[in-house]
Structure formats: structure tokens, C-alpha cells
Design a protein around this ligand. Structure first.
Ligand code: ADP
Ligand code: MG
Length: 685
């Protein structure tokens, strides 16, 4: 068996008919071994099966066979262009078949002979515009033909031939890789047959069945890797078992100014369970803007405190750090915790003092930016680290953070609703909690889509809101990959609005080129209502809280991702007044229009992000560079998400089972897992 397996690991040159030169071209397509070649799947199929003319729709591509009914007629236009017409009797129907610029075919058609033609069906004229003709009937021909993406010297035809050669020589060496249990449970085809079906199917059903198998296989490999990572991380990092005081925690929750939503309760339970378990918490907490994540964070921090530990809360910006410090002080100081803020503006003696008190366990909760993970910051007994808006922290920062201190439990909070499908992929090694319920009584933000030429009306609407004593955000056009142009845009809009509002209202300006002190100033001027309007680039997006702001206008909204628009929109609707969001946009495409419509139709961040994912595909969802998304050969994370979930559940069970690690049936899966490098990491630790 091992031997067979290694046969397929040989270079493609072992296939008779594939030489060194071809091998080199194939290598450019990342086909190196025979196995690679066999697993190089078509991206679509061409259908040459005969079809009944009565069932074919106008403009569809069809293949028919029939008898040539009369002499072909040929017409020339100019020197090179020609039109060859034959009349073809297909069963009882007499149709026309037209060939453009294939005059050489004329002599091949013989009256009363059978021919097979493929082309586009024109129902009104009962005519096929043919792309291909074969003399004789269709019988011996292959009828459902794979199309591969190819590179360089390799042609689709050539590749088909290579794959068939590989099959005839090494087909016998293809062995099953999935355990029998799963094959029968999900009624999957066996590996060899499925490979054959991918490359030589008789019909769509063949492809569908084979594809199902490979989608599952691919997801299972991926999820085994993720679950193995998760398991090793839990077991290798001796976590803290935090013995919090449940009575005090309950009391704390009872004294909150509001009852928790059911979703908050569920998530708090999940977090408490993690705190108590000897494993390290590695949990992602997702919850839409305003769903009440801060309270959950406060409960977690308080619980950890009752177990005798310190806590840290990290956020991406100083403004946010200050806001969080304020709300956490409000919740935690009355029950005896000391909460401190540490940002880059805490300097000199004051800073030394904070660091000293932190080391002496006199500060229980420290709040700050990622400056908190610097070396000079030493805790006495760090038990819990929480990060907010974690999508801003990269994978690497996630890792550094986890390596800080005595293996503290880590909770990542994000307000960017990542579709479940992506969350279990990108954050596959993490546990995920979701707050999918808003506190009662929230007003939805009324969202409108306006064309750019309606700006005047939008501004007079804004003026009415301002006259009521409210405030407004104006978000400036996003110019892709050009921070500089973004800033220029914001400056231009700022000037225009200053002119528009004269001295009636004050307009502030915020953008990424300001120093953090300057940003602070601007933000303070807005939150204290010195400025009624704030023009800003997207730097304002994260967590800012000015409840008196009831209106947001977003210029060139079609340039933003839906998740980002939703995030921006979450800056309003924070007070008790009705809030509004106006999207100024002139999208050019149907998809663009669809996206604007989605925004006006729902306030639910998860719905927005699922739709966004459907419209843009997973690659674009996170932006190209930071995507961190795995690439799958056949599987599609969005459309095959059920299979992804199934594979995830199976992988979770397998990784914890004895039979997976020892059973013969699982040897292939284990060796695939070993190939991914996960097991080595484990040994190194
Ligand atoms: P997030 O951080 O998820 O965006 P916050 O934690 O800032 O949301 O909560 C938004 C607002 O909702 C805060 O003013 C908070 O006090 C309030 N809030 C949180 N949970 C509840 C609840 N269960 N009932 C009523 N109000 C709540
Ligand atoms: Mg928040």
C-alpha cells in the first residue's frame, strides 16, 4: 500500500508520454507529481451531448446530429470572409446550419451523410451558428468534456491527454484516503472513481457526485489541521484555571443598570467556562456595533479579578482606549477595582508610577493600545487579556499577545460581523461566540441611498438636524490604496462644508495624517459639541461614541465594503433620538446598486456581511493582502458552507478520538495532517 502511494508521488516524467520539457511547463501550473496531475481538476465542462431540439432554449449551445439534406451553399464577402450554409435534417426537423469563415468544409459535406454539429441555437430562425462539425454520427465521441485552466505551452487538449495517460499507467495505484465510515455515512464515491468522474464524466450528475467527495475531503483536511492546532494550543499552553467567585459575579451582574440580553447571558457563560477550564481561552466574540460587548468584557474582567488575577483590555486607538477606560471605570470602580489607562500620552513620572503599581498588583485592570504588549509593561498576575476590534490586529499580533505573561486567557472582540462561514475558516483554530441580539428598544438607523446630484437636499436635511441641536458626521470618499488622496478629499469636503454652513455651524476635520494629539483635539471638539459637523476619512470608523450625533453622510459610498459601511453607520444611532445615514453613491454596476439597496434594507450586521460575501466572494471580503484565507482546489467556502461545517464537526470529534490517532483506517488522514506541518510544531513546543 505504501508502495502504491509513493508511486503517485513520483514526478510526472514517470508517465510514459510526458517528457522533461512538458514536466517543466506543468511545473509552472504547480503540477509536479502524478498525484498533482490527477488532482488538477477542470473548472468547467463542455457539453457535446445530443439534445432534443424541442427542449433547447434560444441562444443555448447545443450539439445535434442529422443528415445533410441538400448541397451546401457558400457565399463570400470580400476575400477572406465567408458564410457556408447547409440544411440538416435532425430527426423530423429541417434546420439550417451556418459556418462563418470555414469555407474549406464545403467539400466535406455529402448529401445524405450524417454529421454532428455544435453551436448556438437560434430558435426564431431554426438555425445553428456552428463552431464545430464532425462528419459521421456522435456515437463514438466523448460528449462531456472537461476544460482546464492552462498556462504557457500546455494546451487544454494536451492536458487532457496527460491526465488520461497518467490514469492508464497509474490508475491502479489510486487508493482510498477517507475512512470507510465517512464514505458510507455521506454516500461519497470512492477516490479512484471520483477522480475518473472529475476528468471523464458522462454527465453533470457524475461531476456533482465526485465534486461532493472532494469538497468534503478538502474541507476535512483543512479542518483537521485547524482542530489539531486548536487542540495542541490548548494542551501545550498550560492555561490558568481561574476560580472566580460565582456569588460575587452574579451579584455584579444583578447590579448592572439593565438586564443582560439572552445572547449576552449565553456568551458570558461560554467565557466563564473558559476561565475556569485549565485550557487557555482562545475565543472570538463577535457582536454587532451596540450589541453590548463592553459589558461582557467587564463581567469577564470582574470574574477574573475575583479569582485573584489582573486583566488587560487592548484597543487599536488611543481615543477608543480613553472611551473604554471611562465606561469600565464606571462599571468596575464602584465594586472596588482599580482601573488605569496606559497610552503613549501617559509619560514620565506618571507612566513609571502606573508601571510600578501594575507590577505590585495595585492596578487590577489596565486599558490601552497595543503598547500594552511592549516589554516594559509587566503585570503581577495577568489572567485575562481582551482585545476589542480585533480585526485590526493581525495574526502575528494575536500570537505575540498570546505569548505575553503567564498564559493568560484571551478574548478577542470584534464588531465586524464576520460571516459564520468565514469565521470558522479564518479563525478556525479559535472558539467563536456570537452576540446576535440587540438590547431591547434600540431604534434602527434609517438609511437612504441618494445620487450625488441630490447633495443639496441632503445638506438641507442635515441643516434641519443641526438646527435641532444634533450633530453630523460626513465621511469622505475612499480612494483605494491612496491615503494621500483620501486626505486631500477630506480637506476639500471640509472647505466646501465650511463655506456652506458659514458661521451657522462649526465643521471639524479628521484624517489619518494628524498626529494622535491632533486627532484627540478634533475628537474632543466634536464630542463636546464645539463642532457640530465632523468631516472625516474612515479613521473615525472604530468605536467612537458621540450619542448626540444623529446623522451621517457617506460620500462615494459605492467605494466602501458593505461591512465597512455598516461599521461607519454604527457611529450614529447611539443616543435616544432617531438617527439617519445617507449614502451618496452612483454605482455603475448592478452589483453596486444591489449593495446600496442592502444597506437601506437591513440594520443587521450579519445579514450585511453575508450578503457582502455573496456579492464579492471570499477573496475580496477581507481585502487582498490581509485575507489569510486558505485556497481550496474544488471547494468554495461560500457555496459549500454546509460541507465546511460538517467537516469541522467531524474533525473536532476525530481529533479528540483515540481511533483517529491509532486506527489504520485513519492513516492516510494522519499522514496528510503530518504533511501540513502541524504535528511538527507540536513536537517543538
Ligand atoms: P458594543 O461594544 O458591542 O458596540 P456597547 O457595549 O458599547 O456595545 O453597548 C452599547 C450600549 O448599549 C451601551 O450604552 C450599553 O450600556 C448598552 N447596553 C449593553 N447591554 C445592554 C442591555 N442588555 N440592555 C440595555 N442596554 C445595554
Ligand atoms: Mg464596543
Amino acid at each position: 500500500m505504501e508502495n502504491n502511494n509513493s508511486n503517485l508521488k513520483q514526478s510526472v516524467t514517470a508517465v510514459k508520454g510526458i517528457g522533461a520539457e512538458t514536466a517543466q511547463s506543468l511545473a509552472e501550473m504547480r503540477i509536479v507529481t502524478i498525484e498533482d496531475l490527477l488532482e488538477y481538476f477542470p473548472y468547467r465542462y463542455e457539453d457535446y451531448r445530443l439534445r432534443d431540439l424541442t427542449e433547447v432554449k434560444h441562444d443555448e449551445r447545443i450539439t445535434v446530429e442529422g443528415k445533410v439534406h441538400s448541397e451546401p451553399s457558400l457565399m463570400y464577402y470580400g476575400k477572406k470572409r465567408s458564410r457556408l450554409t447547409i440544411r440538416l435534417l435532425v430527426e423530423r426537423y429541417l434546420i439550417q446550419v451556418v459556418f462563418f469563415n470555414q469555407a474549406y468544409l464545403k467539400n466535406k459535406f455529402q448529401v445524405n451523410e450524417m454529421v454532428t454539429v455544435t453551436g448556438k441555437w437560434d430558435q426564431h430562425r431554426q438555425m445553428i451558428t456552428a463552431s464545430q462539425a464532425k462528419m459521421g454520427s456522435n456515437e463514438s465521441e466523448k460528449k462531456f468534456v472537461p476544460v482546464y485552466s492552462v498556462k504557457g505551452d500546455v494546451t487544454v487538449k494536451g492536458l487532457r491527454r496527460f491526465i488520461n495517460l497518467a490514469f492508464s499507467q497509474y490508475g491502479k495505484d489510486i487508493t482510498e484516503t477517507l475512512p470507510e465510515k465517512m464514505i458510507s455515512k455521506y454516500k461519497l464515491g470512492n477516490r479512484k472513481e471520483s477522480l475518473l468522474s472529475m476528468h471523464n464524466p458522462l454527465n453533470e450528475e457524475d461531476v456533482k457526485k465526485a465534486r461532493r467527495r472532494f469538497v468534503y475531503e478538502e474541507f476535512l483536511h483543512f479542518q483537521l489541521k485547524m482542530q489539531a492546532l486548536r487542540k495542541f494550543e490548548r494542551e501545550n499552553s498550560k492555561g490558568l484555571s481561574q476560580n472566580y467567585d460565582l456569588v460575587k459575579v452574579k451579584e455584579f451582574i444583578d447590579h448592572l443598570p439593565f438586564p443582560l440580553t439572552n445572547a449576552q447571558k449565553r456568551v458570558v457563560n461560554e467565557v466563564l467556562k473558559d476561565l475556569k477550564s485549565p485550557y487557555r481561552m482562545n475565543r472570538l466574540l463577535q457582536g454587532d456595533v451596540g450589541s453590548g460587548k463592553t459589558v461582557v468584557a467587564a463581567i469577564a474582567l470582574f470574574s477574573s479579578y475575583t479569582a485573584g488575577y489582573q486583566g488587560a483590555l487592548m484597543v487599536p486607538t488611543e481615543i477608543l482606549a480613553e472611551q473604554h477606560a471611562e465606561s469600565l471605570k464606571g462599571l468596575l470602580e464602584p465594586v472596588g477595582l482599580s482601573v488605569e489607562l496606559l497610552t503613549s500620552s501617559v509619560k514620565g513620572k506618571r507612566r513609571r508610577e502606573v508601571l510600578e503599581r501594575l507590577k505590585n498588583d495595585e492596578i487590577h485592570i489596565l486599558i490601552g493600545t497595543h503598547a500594552l504588549i511592549q516589554d516594559e509593561v509587566v503585570f503581577s498576575k495577568l489572567g485575562l487579556v481582551i482585545t476589542d476590534e480585533q480585526h485590526r490586529f493581525g495574526v502575528e499580533q494575536r500570537r505575540v499577545l498570546r505569548e505575553k505573561g503567564e498564559n493568560p486567557d484571551v478574548l478577542f472582540m470584534t464588531a465586524t460581523p464576520i460571516p459564520r462561514t468565514l469565521a470558522i475558516t479564518v479563525f478556525g483554530e479559535m472558539d467563536v461566540s456570537i452576540i446576535d441580539e440587540m438590547p431591547a428598544g434600540r431604534k434602527t438607523i434609517e438609511t437612504y441611498w441618494a445620487k450625488a446630484d441630490m447633495l443639496d437636499r441632503v445638506l438641507s436635511f442635515m441643516e434641519k438636524e443641526l438646527a435641532k441641536g444634533r450633530q453630523a458626521y460626513v465621511i469622505c470618499p475612499l480612494i483605494e490604496e491612496s491615503d494621500k488622496l483620501d486626505v486631500q478629499n477630506a480637506i476639500d469636503v471640509h472647505v466646501a462644508l465650511q463655506t456652506y454652513f458659514h458661521n451657522r455651524y462649526q465643521v471639524g476635520l479628521m484624517h489619518g495624517r494628524l498626529s494622535s494629539d491632533e486627532k484627540d483635539e478634533v475628537m474632543k471638539a466634536f464630542s463636546s459639541n464645539q463642532n457640530q459637523v465632523l468631516v472625516s476619512t474612515t479613521v473615525v470608523e472604530v468605536g467612537v461614541n458621540v450619542p448626540n450625533a444623529t446623522m451621517m453622510v457617506i460620500y462615494d459610498a459605492e467605494r466602501f465594503g458593505l461591512a465597512q459601511l455598516h461599521q461607519l453607520r454604527g457611529r450614529v444611532g447611539r443616543g435616544s433620538e432617531q438617527s439617519y445615514c445617507v449614502l451618496l453613491a452612483d454605482p455603475k454596476t448592478e452589483v453596486g446598486k444591489e449593495r446600496m439597496k442592502i444597506m437601506t434594507e437591513t440594520n443587521d450586521g450579519f445579514v450585511v456581511s453575508e450578503k457582502d460575501l455573496e456579492l464579492r466572494g471570499p477573496g475580496d471580503f477581507f481585502g487582498r493582502k490581509q485575507s489569510g484565507l486558505p485556497e481550496f482546489k474544488v471547494a468554495d467556502m461560500v457555496h459549500d458552507y454546509r460541507a465546511l461545517e460538517t467537516a469541522r464537526n467531524d474533525a473536532m470529534v476525530l481529533i479528540e478520538s483515540e481511533e483517529f490517532w491509532n486506527g489504520d483506517e485513519y492513516a492516510k488522514l494522519r499522514s496528510k495532517l503530518a504533511d501540513s506541518g502541524v504535528l511538527e510544531n507540536e513536537k517543538l513546543d
